[in-house]
Design a protein around this ligand. Structure first.
Ligand SMILES: [Zn+2]
Length: 401
């Protein structure tokens, strides 16, 4: 049997008065997810272990069965993997934002969503002026870049810049959490201050200011970590080849460490205008040569963050009609049957516009298996599911078993 997980990021929600007390999943018209729920078994899965924030990287690693307490090293290292940086033992990776400061305040964490092309020039300039054999900047996407330090200590207290807009930056500079990390903290704070001296005069920033845009006039490193001690999924579960399809760099990074091939899809944007059919077709193609495919679609999470209920319903209906249906119809008569896992990573309730750690509803459909009594897919139906409440690697092991 082959296996596919179709993950609708953030699609779980809470009852909404404007929908007559229904959740978007209950309200949306999703004949295919309901059909798979009716033919399969359902339940709830805890995807955010105690002590962790309900981030997508945490929840997606949990869906794949990783023990976060053993392997979680922050976002920086996952993004590093997604752009092909193979971290070596002893190397410290940090997410390095290009931010905009005004006076002593952090104006925004994104330099007004600077383009990757502009940012790439600034990153090259930073390497030229501040880089060394020990220290290197890498271009990522837009304002999201990386800094790698050989022999850096990760015991650092760093503040994500998106948490402190319009706050003074100096009190948020990096602090050592252990005496051995003081050298690394001092090095990083020195880099931040030196970047603020050299970035404002760069022609890219001068041009942005002339156009009334925010300059990228400071770096801001955070989320320090080492190469995660992740076994591949092949090592953990014993299947052959696997692949991941996602527009989100964190998910692609997880996929690389998990031993999955990262498949590129034209027009995969991470938004509601994403190329659903292209991603579904890529998943169908990948299933022909892989034993496991992870198809991640971000759109519902974005709708949740925007607090846009109508858009969230639309993204759920798109997922059903343009991804689940398309894959199911294509593979249902294959000689080698395909098992489906369908779930979100975490709820992103429209009412609060951010992630929560509530357990999420899932479907496991394996051709030939006896279904439970649940006949539609949503947060409340899945509570009655035959698999109850799962945690840890129970969901993925049940799917792959
Ligand atoms: Zn997510």
């Amino acid at each position: 049997m082959k296996h596919i997980i179709i993950l609708g990021d953030g699609m779980a929600d809470e009852p909404i008065a404007a929908l007559g007390g229904k959740t978007p999943l209950q309200y949306a018209d999703t004949p295919y997810m309901d059909k798979l729920a009716a033919m399969g078994v359902t339940g709830l899965l805890k995807t955010v272990p105690k002590g962790f924030h309900p981030g997508s990287e945490v929840a997606n690693m949990a869906v794949l069965g990783y023990d976060l307490n053993k392997v979680y090293e922050g976002r920086g290292v996952l993004e590093a993997a997604s752009i092909g940086i193979d971290l070596q033992p002893g190397e410290l990776a940090l997410r390095c934002n290009l931010i905009c400061i005004e006076g002593d305040l952090i104006k925004n964490h994104s330099s007004g969503h600077i383009s990757t092309e502009e940012a790439d020039e600034l990153i090259r300039f930073l390497n030229e002026k501040l880089g060394s054999d020990r220290l290197k900047f890498y271009t990522g996407v837009s304002y999201r870049h990386l800094l790698v330090i050989k022999g850096g200590d990760k015991r650092l207290d760093c503040t994500p810049p998106h948490d402190i807009p319009l706050h003074p930056f100096r009190p948020a500079l990096i602090k050592a959490e252990a005496p051995e990390a003081e050298e690394t903290a001092a090095l990083l704070n020195d880099l931040i201050l030196r970047s603020q001296q050299i970035l404002p005069g760069h022609p890219i920033n001068q041009a942005r200011i002339a156009l009334g845009k925010d300059p990228a006039n400071s770096i801001w490193p955070w989320s320090p970590g080492y190469r995660p001690a992740m076994e591949t999924m092949q090592q953990m579960y014993g299947f052959g080849k696997g692949a991941v399809i996602s527009a989100v760099d964190l998910i692609r990074g997880i996929g690389r460490y998990a031993g999955l091939e990262v498949i590129e899809v034209e027009g995969a944007t991470g938004l509601y205008d994403t190329n659903y059919e292209g991603k579904a077709d890529a998943a169908i193609e990948a299933l022909k040569t892989n034993d496991f495919v992870y198809l991640h679609i971000e759109a519902s999470d974005e709708a949740g963050h925007e607090g846009d209920v109508d858009l969230k319903i639309k993204t759920i209906e798109y997922l059903d009609r343009r991804a689940v249906k398309r894959v199911y119809e294509a593979v249902k008569d294959w000689d080698e049957p395909v098992a489906f896992g369908i779930l979100p990573d975490h709820p992103t309730p429209c009412a609060i516009r951010t992630h929560t750690n509530a357990p999420i509803p899932f479907i496991i459909y394996k051709p030939g298996n006896t279904p439970d009594k649940v006949t539609c897919y949503d947060e409340f139906s899945a509570k009655e599911g035959g698999l109850g409440v799962l945690e840890g690697d129970q969901f993925i092991r049940e799917l792959l078993r």
